[in-house]
Design a protein around this ligand. Structure first.
Ligand SMILES: [Zn+2]
Length: 127
């Protein structure tokens, strides 16, 4: 589905951290989900299969538990095959590369996105 996907490079940390990262990588994108919750994106367009985005506090590393899933568009602004930049921007909105003020205004704060990831992981764990 994605072209030019980079190989995974991040080391995985503890087992609990690794589990969170693995769940995030196979689950939905938190930015896509935020659009869906705002009724700006059809549920079937939410992207599954993501990068794990580690959140920093300023320049301080917060650890592997502080992060959430982002699809290649929302993380890296990679185009989905067959779509133009304009189409992607219209359907999926801004990416992290548009700057963090724009990103967080659209999808919520890092802490909200982390909380959403935790919630989704719990839902998927019992499903
Ligand atoms: Zn996304």
């Amino acid at each position: 589905m994605w072209s030019n996907a980079p190989p995974p490079t991040k080391e995985e940390g503890t087992r609990e951290e690794g589990a969170r990262i693995e769940l995030a990588k196979t689950g939905p994108c938190m930015a896509c989900l935020s659009l869906q919750m705002q009724q700006l994106l059809e549920p079937e367009l939410v992207i599954y299969g993501c990068d794990y985005n580690h959140v920093k506090s300023g320049s301080r590393w917060r650890g592997h538990m502080f992060g959430y899933a982002l699809c290649k568009w929302h993380n890296m602004r990679y185009l989905m095959e067959g779509n133009t930049f304009a189409t992607m921007r219209q359907i999926y909105g801004p990416s992290l590369l548009d700057g963090s003020p724009t990103f967080h205004e659209t999808y919520g704060s890092d802490d909200e996105l982390i909380a959403n990831q935790t919630y989704i992981d719990e839902l998927r764990a019992v499903a």
